[in-house]
Structure formats: C-alpha cells, structure tokens
Write a protein that binds this ligand. Sequence first.
Ligand SMILES: [Mg+2]
Length: 242
Amino acid sequence: MPFINRLKQIETKLHSKSPIVLSNCRVFFDFDNTMTTSDVLDDVIQRFSINDKWIALEKAWHEEKIGTKECLEGQLRGIRITKNALHNFLKKVELDPHFHRLLTLLVREGIKPVILSDNFTYIIEWILAYHGIKDLKVYGNTLRFYSERIIPSFPYDNPFCPSCAHCKKIHLTKDKTENKIIVYVGDGRSDICPARVSDVVFAKDKLLHFMMKEELPCIAYKDLGDVHHYFQDLLTHSSNKH
Ligand SMILES: [Mg+2]
C-alpha cells in the first residue's frame, strides 16, 4: 500500500488526535538490526564466549522457556573480553546506510529521536560516537567491566514481565500524556510491547511477523531508506494541507 494511503488510514484511526504532522511525532528506534545491519550483541556473545553454553541459553530464549534477562546474565557470564577488544570489534559494526540522512531529516524538523534497546547503553553510545553521532538519547541496559568480565544490570527491568530485560514500553507511555503521535521502528521480540502502544509502527522480521499474525496495523520496511521515504511523504502531505 502506498505510504500516503497508509497515512490516511492512521489519521482515521487517530481521529481524536491532531492530523499527523512530523513535528508532532515522537520517534523511537530499536538499535540492533534496526539502526545497524546486524545484531551487535548476539555477535559480541558469539565472538567472545569461552564455551558453548550461550547456545543452549539462546535456544531456551527462542523457545520462550527463559526471559531475556536470565538469558543475557547467563551468556555474559561466559564472556571474557577487554575494553580494547570490545572497541575493536565494535568498529566493524555497520549502521543502516540510510540512517544518517534519516537523522538529518528528523533533526531538521525539530525531532530528537530516542533509541530504546535491550542491548547495553555503553555499546550503543560507543558505536554512535565512532560514527560521529552525538546527542541521541539512548535507553538501554547498563554494564560495567570487571577484570575481563562484563557485569550487566537492568535499570528498566519490569519484574512483572520477564519477556524483555529492558521494558521499552515505559518510555513510550510517559509521552502518551503529551498528545504526541508515537512512532516506533523495530524488528524483534523486545519491540512487540512498545509496538502495541505506538500509533505508527514500522516493522520488519520478527516484529513484522508478529504484527501480521495478530492483525495489528504496521508499515513493513526493509531498511531505514523506507522510513526516510515515509517521513519525506509525511512532510509533503503536511505542507499540501496548508
Ligand atoms: Mg532489534
């Protein structure tokens, strides 16, 4: 479906709110496999684990026998890594090739996108800084280095919902009171809850599969070039209305 028709559908759905204009949106991004072309944390675990225990944990997580926090805690116990080795590894991470121009468009319109991730804030901020991106608000899990170990902690854990280590929904519902249009861009399991409470959802991979299965409205995207295209359409649509 063309973006503009999808936009009209969303405006109808949001009939109690103002028409969608970009400046009235709050935009949230997942990080791994959304802003990057790979799952960074999975790759770190695979590369720096000293044994294969992480594989059984990953399998149990996929089968939903354990939650993300339990899975991550177990997997990080098996990692041995120095700060330098981590930094060298993170240098190879690729951002989505369209991310810079998407960010430029959003900032030009006065929007400060927020990153919500089940990865670690330290890792995300390091990658962004390496690519010259500053001042993006990042909410994620936290870590500290101890000897060659990574010790995680989970400041946004929801004890009533073990599914994710970081309950991303918390950050979105705060904004619901401001009469803003909540836009969410994601791909994975930890994006399902925030997607359910967002007004406009861009989905790919696991998230798209879930949204389609549950017959929830979303816009399928392949990469951030599609999201950029949508926002560009939104700008044109808004200026034609005036
Ligand atoms: Mg992801």
